[in-house]
Design a protein around this ligand. Structure first.
Ligand SMILES: [Zn+2]
Length: 169
């Protein structure tokens, strides 16, 4: 059995805040004296409820009449002032593509861009290389560019004849 007044109140209230009916973790909870201690209110359980700390602060030492007004003004939809966000922030573990995935995605992008180009595709290997480099903001290494050119070739997307290029998109 819970022994502390706050724990007993939460237990008696089914683990919910007296005012807003939301689950009330003990860390968010406090004892609200319905008739404020400052106004002679008792600390016995009849005069106390467990509620969100935030609403306890809001109600402060209002008279019981004022508290009724606050509660009634909410028309049955009582929400305690914002507690800490209940929804945990989504974990932002961005999955980085593996090297193989990155390469196949790059290849796909290059093929798409070449298709868009139609007849204006680079006619030479060097200009294709520059074209690809441009698509990636010139951020790819020579190795990565070579890998892409090899990928295009082995997929049959380009055929190299000397310095001339033919496309099969
Ligand atoms: Zn509450």
């Amino acid at each position: 059995m819970p022994t502390k007044p706050l724990e007993r109140l939460i237990f008696a209230q089914g683990g919910l805040c007296f005012f807003c009916d939301e689950p009330l973790p003990i860390g968010e909870a406090s004892v609200e004296h319905l008739v404020a201690s400052a106004k002679g209110g008792d600390s016995n359980l009849e005069n106390c409820v467990a509620c969100c700390k935030t609403v306890n602060t809001l109600l402060g030492s209002m008279s019981l009449k004022q508290k009724f007004q606050v509660v009634l003004n909410q028309r049955g939809e009582f929400k305690c002032p914002a507690r800490k966000a209940k929804v945990p922030a989504p974990k932002t573990s961005v999955k980085l593509p593996t090297v193989a995935q990155a390469k196949s995605e790059r290849l796909k992008l290059v093929v798409d861009k070449l298709r868009e180009r139609g007849d204006l595709r680079p006619k030479k290997l060097t200009s294709l290389r520059n074209f690809i480099a441009t698509q990636f903001g010139n951020k790819l290494t020579d190795k990565e560019l070579d890998a892409l050119l090899n990928g295009l070739q082995s997929a049959g997307t380009i055929a190299i004849d000397g310095t001339k290029l033919t496309y099969d998109l």
